[in-house]
Design a protein around this ligand. Structure first.
Ligand code: SF4
Length: 418
């Protein structure tokens, strides 16, 4: 038995690597127009949380070295495509499980291969996801030396019962400890992730979690309603009737309470599930949601460059054994497609506080689907009439009620491209 026990992996095996598609993407980019963002996926976790569908394997520390060496080769292969990097996000998995010595190797390679001057000058953002159990002064010192200036801490809940329901193993006290350690090491920016609508969770208990998180004084919070993804243990337990999922009305009440409470604290919603102090939005995620280009490295990582989208294999064995001049094996590649790009732009753009630029979006939609401008305007007019959308500074922006139904509004607007 392998230790790839995280989730049921697709049967699909990689038949190509990212080398050719990135060469094609590179040819269509003007000099200095390369991606300014980079996502890196580190796949190791101490344990599999029951709600999680991210690719991760239970770490036995026997493959960290081989993985880090392979990842460095992939980064070196991709680096010539990149412009000076304005954001790096290391997610997982649990990136903070990687041994500090291997982090040093990885950060040294990043520094040598890429131009990190925007990050080093403090303008750019370098985020690492952190599990509260794994934060140590030694590791944080290594991260700071490598340019990391933002840490994203997976708290999920401060209530041990609800952590238990999620099969999430950490001591809630370690969240505050991680924040303090980050501050002490000089990582000036911190974010905390929370989950609500956990089975059995009351509105009062969610309020308690929110207050604990607010009390940490971080600049950013992400608050997601629990979702039941296919092939996760949580979904299997739900199907076995081991618990009752949260009532929809309660979930909506929790969401509204979150928006109001955080707004009162100066943490404004800038995306459906993300809240920040002014100017402290996550630049890396904004690059995704604005459909900018980004490179991606590591198993299961997905990238977007010059209209190409691809996904690396999620199988660590394949990732380690297939090495095409450093480029990784991929299981998905979507070549440039104007209509798909437009749909993605609407889907992610409407979920942002800044909304969609009406003139830009209508002109672009008309280019890929004749008549789309009129259909978009008709759809937007209807959503304005029912109070889900407003027009502000020539942008379509969701109202508070609209944010509760963001997917529905996005889907209606995307229909205009049909
Ligand atoms: S620590 Fe994060 S990536 Fe790992 S299993 Fe839990 S939720 Fe998934």
């Amino acid at each position: 038995m392998t230790n790839d026990i995280a989730i049921s992996l697709p049967e699909q095996r990689p038949r190509q690597t990212a080398r050719r598609l990135l060469a094609d993407a590179g040819e269509s980019l003007a000099p200095a127009q390369g991606p300014r963002s980079l996502y890196i996926h580190l796949p190791f976790c101490a344990h599999k949380c029951h709600y999680c569908d991210f690719y991760s394997i239970v770490d036995r520390q026997d493959r960290q070295l081989a993985f880090t060496q392979r990842l460095q080769r992939e980064l070196l292969a991709q680096a010539p495509l990149a412009a000076p990097l304005e954001s790096i996000f290391v997610g997982g998995g649990t990136p903070t499980l990687l041994a500090p010595a291997l982090w040093t190797d990885l950060l040294t390679t990043l520094d040598r291969a890429f131009d990190l001057s925007p990050i080093r000058s403090g303008q750019g953002e370098f985020s690492v996801e952190c599990n509260p159990e794994t934060a140590t002064p030694e590791l944080f010192d290594v991260l700071v030396a490598g340019g990391v200036n933002r840490i994203s801490i997976g708290a999920q809940s401060f209530n041990t019962n609800h952590l238990h329901t999620l099969e999430r193993r950490h001591d809630p006290a370690n969240v505050a400890r991680s924040v303090e350690l980050a501050r002490g090491a000089g990582i000036g920016r911190q974010s905390v992730d929370l989950i609500f609508a956990v089975p059995g969770q009351s509105l009062e208990e969610w309020t308690g979690d929110l207050e604990r998180a607010i009390g940490l004084g971080t600049e950013h919070l992400s608050c997601y309603a629990l979702t039941y993804e296919p092939n996760t243990a949580m979904t299997a337990r739900l199907e076995r009737d081991e618990f009752i999922r949260a009532d929809e009305d309660l979930e909506a009440d929790m969401y509204e309470l979150t928006v109001e409470r955080l707004r009162a604290q100066g943490l404004d919603r800038y995306e459906v599930s993300n809240y920040a102090r002014p100017g402290r939005e996550c630049a890396h995620n904004m690059a995704y949601w604005r459909q900018h280009d980004w490179l991606a490295a590591g198993p299961s990582a997905s990238g977007h460059v010059a209209g190409h989208r691809w996904k690396n294999t999620p199988r660590l064995d394949d990732y380690l054994s297939i090495d095409d001049e450093g480029f990784a094996p991929i299981i998905e590649h979507e070549p440039p497609d104007g209509r798909r790009a437009m749909r993605e732009r609407i889907m992610t753009g409407i979920r942002l506080r800044e909304g969609l630029e009406i003139d830009v979006v209508c002109a672009a939609a008309e280019r890929v689907a004749p008549g789309a401008r009129r259909r978009l305007e008709t759809s937007a007019a209807w959503h304005k009439e029912v109070g889900l959308l407003i027009e502000r500074d020539r942008r379509w922006v969701l109202t508070d009620a609209g944010f509760l139904m963001g997917d529905r509004v996005a889907s209606d607007l995307m229909d205009a491209l049909a």
